[in-house]
Design a protein around this ligand. Structure first.
Ligand code: ATP
Ligand code: MG
Length: 368
């Protein structure tokens, strides 16, 4: 899939802009605070209806204006689409696809998918397990509706059980409801582990290949799924997973009641990322961290293509900094397959660009 052209009106620092893109590679360069990230943000919005940076739409509306419009001409599954978002202060957001009003933002995701790499994504490597779970969850929710369903059910049960554990001091009768919650959490937890373990395996293969290529064959990346201790094989069948999750809950029952926290279940899962056998979180350099985070995103894109048949559009925000020339060359020229957008601050890195279009942005104005 690809985005052929984009129209922006009063979106962030863009007053009005129409731009045609290259089907393969688009590089947007410019000084700080000129609108590079804003442009990628607009494309991301066309795939999900929302910004990767803020919750609501208010911040997206250009200062001193009433609302924004974003429109994209998209080719997906060999068909042409026009996706459009209009958001005005005090009015309900309007989304249309080929002129037909959409009930929800998910209609946009039927047409355009994106994988977005932002500088914040270095936290996937550097931070605690929550960031890596978020990465898995975001990718899997786009790809597997059954996973999204199980995850939201699990989160609901987890919240409820946490409330019971918190309140059972005052209301000891609540303890009696725990076995029922535990069983339902084990059932949905097993579904989550089923999908995550398979995703991690694919991720390991593809991310290792991307990292090897980007580092010129010098470094080996490994991704390992870590889940509940009693689970001996996360790929095992549903019944075995449920039994092992229940066993872990049983072992932790008293600890949960006394600490008033939910200690057992896949809400504590992690993806261990290793570089040449040692923890990337503890030992990776800046460039290695960036390469590893990028490799995970490239792998998510590859899995997306394997499952849905088409590459999503790849949005790489400020990925070139801290990379040596060899790694920069990889990003510019050797990410094969679908359409890529890359932002950077200097154009002197772009001499090696073999194919694609280069845009300059200044004060919310794009020029070629
Ligand atoms: P950097 O290289 O520093 O990442 P950038 O080119 O990616 O810079 P953007 O994040 O795209 O910069 O933002 C450019 C400018 O847009 C900022 O100066 C910001 O103040 C401005 N801006 C953000 N939101 C709005 C808005 N709603 N209305 C007008 N301007 C906005
Ligand atoms: Mg930026």
């Amino acid at each position: 899939m690809r985005i052929n052209s984009l129209y922006l009106e009063n979106f962030r620092n863009y007053a009005q802009e129409r731009v045609d893109f290259d089907p393969v590679c688009n590089v947007i360069w410019g000084e700080n605070a000129q609108g590079k990230t804003n442009l990628l943000e607009a494309i991301f919005c066309l795939s999900s209806g929302k910004s990767p940076r803020t919750r609501g739409d208010r911040e997206l509306i250009r200062f001193d204006t009433e609302g924004f419009r974003v429109e994209g001409s998209i080719t997906s599954r060999d068909r042409a689409f026009i996706s459009r978002i209009e958001s005005f202060r005090g009015r309900k957001k309007k989304i249309t696809v080929n002129g037909v009003p959409a009930k929800s933002a998910s209609a946009l995701g039927q047409v355009l998918n994106t994988v977005f790499f932002a500088p914040e994504d270095l936290q996937i490597i550097r931070s605690g397990a929550a960031e890596r779970r978020k990465f898995m969850d975001m990718s899997l929710c786009q790809l597997r509706p059954k996973y999204a369903e199980a995850l939201s059910e699990y989160n609901r049960l987890h919240e409820h059980k946490t409330r019971i554990l918190r309140d059972c001091d005052q209301r000891p009768d609540l303890i009696a409801t725990l076995p029922d919650f535990n069983l339902r959490m084990a059932e949905t937890g097993a579904v989550i582990i089923h999908y995550r373990s398979r995703f991690a395996e694919l991720l390991n293969e593809s991310a290792a290949a991307a990292h090897r290529e980007c580092s010129g064959g010098r470094e080996n990346l490994t991704v390992r799924y870590q889940t509940v201790k009693t689970v001996t094989d996360p790929m095992a069948d549903h019944r075995q997973l449920v039994a092992q999750l229940l066993e872990h809950q049983r072992q932790h029952h008293y600890a949960e009641v006394s600490s008033r926290q939910c200690l057992s279940g896949p809400h504590k899962d992690d993806l261990e990322v290793l570089l040449d056998g040692v923890s990337a979180r503890s030992f990776a350099s800046q460039g290695q961290t960036r390469t590893a985070a990028l490799s995970l995103k490239l792998a998510a894109r590859e899995i997306h293509r394997e499952i849905l048949g088409e590459y999503p559009v790849l949005l790489l925000d400020d990925v070139l900094s801290e990379l040596d020339p060899r790694r920069q060359e990889f990003v510019l020229n050797r990410i094969g397959g679908g359409q890529v957008f890359i932002t950077c601050c200097e154009d002197d890195r772009l001499g090696g660009l073999l194919q694609g279009r280069v845009f300059h942005t200044q004060g919310g104005k794009l020029s070629v």
